[in-house]
Design a protein around this ligand. Structure first.
Ligand code: NAG
Ligand code: NAG
Ligand code: NAG
Ligand code: NAG
Ligand code: ZN
Length: 638
């Protein structure tokens, strides 16, 4: 038993994406598969068929029972290595470089089996280590038979392997004048001077567990042909025998106002590659239930136009791109907004998916009732990606979100704003998209995912508006902002620097004088929401001043799953509080839920920062939920 230290970039990529965190599943419905089928070759016939064992604590497995690392360190990789060394005595492994500790404190360590210094490409092992340092489960597709002795081969062998792959799969790559160049990676070769491929094919010598149960040397040949990026295994000594093939999707690229850009006046569009989070969207944004989409559809949402306001997402236009390259022009001077529908739908899809991924990390996941087509057996109900309708013909100068219970598709309708010339498109402005999506979050979280009727009273409905503005403010607040920096909602869409609310969000009373008493007798929910979001904006700044800020798009979690910076901590507490508060909460109850969320998450480490924020705006300790009046007092100890 030994560990080789060789880390191969390519192998790591392969493990990371094909096994640990699959990028895109390779089911039969893959659009690339379909395009291959037009050439009469069905790649699914060559699908890899490796079987994996999964052993958990309940299996009573003797290797697992009571295993604890003899080492005194709390290095979880070391614990996993010790476990593997003891359990698979005769095998060699290398640690893949994508081990991590999950939000639940479970560490996941990935190994690749090796033989004679080469990877056994379809022999993987992953070990889960609990918080207390014990191994609680592992999964393996380790080769348990006899490792054959090393075999000799010719330097030029990758060329016949490529020829065989191209012939059998009818890829149309010609390698008549090809030559071979070694790359920096171990036993990996670039095949140059071919024709018919989009980039030079790569061949890597690996071992492969064959369907007959033996282990053999194999060339893993990577070919990039128009829309098919394939990884094919051939027998190294009889290359025409294809051992397996998988479709490997290239990067997805979006030309968008990047996450963190408030609206089109605040930045330029850039190309964003694979922006998803692999925990929140393990199959990327264009895949669901084994289907890969070449359009703005996927597990988390379906984005399209709805010019005729018929709500029929199936017939709505959306851009298609076989290589998932969604880069479309938008200049801002177009007189007909239909001319940039590709850019708009792309932006809406991007913003909604980015927000899905962030919310997931903050706790709005499958079990909490989030918006996903496939619940991936992680709890909650599937079947409910968000319907994202851009340039919806139903109205102008507004947007809306209709939340249905978990398991039913909810709908965001983004309108055009015709108070400006040329018209402006709500879907291009992150503050308004985040505001709308947050209606879905607060409705699903308050009172449970199946009950979306908990924000209908006047105060609760008002907070429903406030949460949307607050989440936008927290997400779009820059790392170099200070508590004197204001946040303005909806300025771009109506082309007015004052935005769509009465006051900017500000911690300075003269710029935003809202206090609790302002909601007395008010029934317009947006007016009430302004006061609520103002209070949360105070919470945000008290926490940023205490814990600092970050420019990162996603939180870093410290011990106990607590975001290490104040900005994401504030977002997490606000989202956690939604799940804690009762159905139809009052301001007072929603405030208490934020205080309680901090108790649950940190043991109450931020109690006084939170109370001071609310008390400053009149929602102090002795404020009443029914008799609305300002109270500026703090609880004992603050
Ligand atoms: C590791 O634990 C995670 C849950 O934390 C589980 O989903 C996964 O299947 C486990 N994998 C193995 C190999 O034990
Ligand atoms: C819009 O702006 C682009 C880029 O600046 C320019 O090429 C184009 O001619 C403009 N179109 C109109 C209608 O002004
Ligand atoms: C949108 O993009 C497609 C290509 O995906 C193109 O054919 C079409 O003309 C574009 N639509 C507009 C309005 O530019
Ligand atoms: C209610 C629901 O949609 N449950 C699904 C959760 O995910 C598993 C596996 O993907 C499905 O079998 C369930 O139907
Ligand atoms: Zn709203």
């Amino acid at each position: 038993m030994a560990f080789s230290l060789a880390t191969k970039a390519l192998a790591a990529l392969f493990i990371g994406q094909a096994l640990a965190h699959p990028l895109i599943s390779t089911g039969q419905h893959d659009h690339r598969v379909r395009s291959l089928q037009r050439r009469q070759v069905d790649i699914s016939k060559f699908q890899l068929t490796t079987s994996t064992n999964y052993i958990n604590a309940e299996s009573g497995d003797s290797a697992l029972k009571g295993f604890r690392s003899v080492s005194i360190s709390n290095d979880y990789v070391k614990t996993a290595k010790d476990f593997v060394a003891k359990t698979f005595k005769d095998a060699e492994f290398r640690v893949a470089d994508d081990s991590y500790v999950g939000v639940n404190g479970v560490a996941h360590v990935y190994f690749k089996q090796t033989a004679h210094g080469l990877d056994i490409d379809n022999a993987d092992l992953n070990v889960n280590i609990s918080r207390d340092g014990t191994v609680f489960s592992y999964g393996d597709s380790v080769f348990k038979g006899e490792i054959p002795p090393p075999q000799k081969r010719e330097f030029s062998d990758p060329i016949p392997a490529l020829k065989a792959v191209s012939d059998v799969l009818e890829l149309g790559i010609s390698a008549e004048r090809a030559s071979v160049e070694a790359t920096e990676a171990h036993e990996e070769y670039k095949i140059t001077r071919t024709t018919g491929a989009d980039s030079d094919p790569i061949a890597t010598l690996v071992y492969f567990q064959k369907p007959d149960g033996t282990l053999g040397l194999s060339w893993r040949v990577q070919t990039d042909v128009i829309t098919n990026y394939l990884m094919t295994y051939t027998d190294a000594f009889s290359p025409e025998s294809i051992l397996g093939a998988m479709n490997y999707v290239a990067d997805a690229i979006y030309e968008v106002y990047k996450w963190g850009v408030h609206d089109p006046s605040a930045g330029v569009r850039t190309l964003e590659t694979d922006p998803w989070d692999t925990t929140a969207s393990p199959n990327g944004w264009h895949s669901s239930k084994g289907t890969n989409y070449d359009t703005t559809m996927g597990n988390n949402g379906y984005a399209q136009e709805d010019w005729d306001a018929d709500n029929d997402y199936a017939s709505g236009y959306r851009p298609h791109s076989a290589d998932l390259k969604f880069d479309y022009p938008y200049y801002g001077n177009e007189t007909n907004p239909h001319d940039y529908i590709n850019a708009t739908v792309t932006q809406l899809f991007y913003t909604a998916n980015m927000y899905h991924d962030l919310l997931y990390l903050l706790g709005f996941n499958e079990a909490a009732g989030n918006f996903e087509d496939d619940n991936g057996s992680k709890g909650g109900k599937g079947g409910d990606p968000v319907i994202l309708d851009a340039q919806d013909g139903l109205g102008t100068n507004n947007d809306n979100f209709r939340t249905l219970p978990d398991g039913q598709k909810s709908r965001m309708q983004m309108y055009l704003f015709d108070v400006t010339t040329p018209n402006r498109d709500g879907a291009l402005s992150a503050d308004v998209v985040i505001h709308e999506y947050t209606h879905g979050v607060s409705n699903r979280l308050t009172g449970g995912p199946a009950n979306v009727g908990c924000l209908n009273t006047v105060q609760a409905g008002g907070m429903g508006e406030g949460w949307g503005d607050f989440m936008g403010a927290a997400i779009l607040t820059k790392a170099d902002a200070t508590r004197d920096t204001d946040f303005i909602e909806g300025a771009w869409v109506i082309n007015d620097p004052k935005g769509i609310r009465d006051y900017p969000y500000s911690t300075i009373m003269t710029r935003n004088p809202h206090t609790y008493a302002d909601i007395k007798g008010v029934t317009e929910v947006h007016d009430i929401g302004e006061t609520w979001a103002t209070m949360l904006y105070e919470v945000l700044w008290n926490l940023i001043d205490k814990h600092g800020n970050t420019a990162d798009a996603r939180p870093t979690f410290g011990e106990g799953g607590v975001p290490v910076d104040g900005r994401f901590l504030a977002m997490k507490l606000v989202v956690d509080a939604m799940a804690l508060q009762p159905c139809s909460p009052t301001f007072v109850q929603a405030r208490d839920a934020v205080v309680d969320a901090d108790v649950a998450l940190t043991g109450g480490a931020n109690r006084c920062e939170i109370w001071r924020a609310f008390a400053k705006r009149g929602l102090g300790k002795s404020a009443s939920g029914t008799k609305v009046a300002d109270k500026f007092d703090l609880p004992e100890g603050c």
